[in-house]
Design a protein around this ligand. Structure first.
Ligand code: SF4
Ligand code: SF4
Length: 117
């Protein structure tokens, strides 16, 4: 499975180096389809033979996102502890990179505001 370019890095870190994705407990999955239709990153597929969802593209999961866990009313989806993401942010010293992105975003917003009527 080829990872699309837009998902290939997270804040400069190659996505393959980050262990973050949902896990489905098959015995608890009822095949309701909520995660399949709701995830905006196409992480899940629906297996028609067993009538359950599967994690087909784990590396496309947004690092730190747990939305599908909240959507699964059957409690079938789990994630690693979010401390793993916090530790990664510290270990890889990501915050200076984030600060640069924030500055770029604020400049872009200010430029857009200055041309809008
Ligand atoms: S939301 Fe939960 S129960 Fe529904 S298909 Fe996804 S994993 Fe299965
Ligand atoms: S955590 Fe977010 S991005 Fe990752 S699979 Fe769930 S809904 Fe999709």
């Amino acid at each position: 499975m080829i990872l699309p370019e837009k998902y290939s890095k997270w804040n400069g870190i190659p996505r393959e180096e980050i262990d973050w994705h949902p896990t489905i407990e098959a015995n608890q999955c009822t095949g309701c389809g909520m995660c399949v239709v709701s995830c905006g990153r196409e992480v899940f597929d629906f297996n028609k033979e067993i009538k359950k969802s599967e994690v087909s593209r784990p590396l496309q999961c947004m690092v730190g996102c747990t939305s599908c866990k909240a959507w699964c009313v059957f409690g079938a989806i789990s994630f690693p502890d979010d401390q793993r993401v916090k530790d990664l942010i510290k270990r890889k010293n990501i915050l200076p990179h984030v600060k640069r992105l924030l500055e770029q975003k604020l400049q872009k917003n200010a430029a857009a505001d200055s041309v809008s009527p």
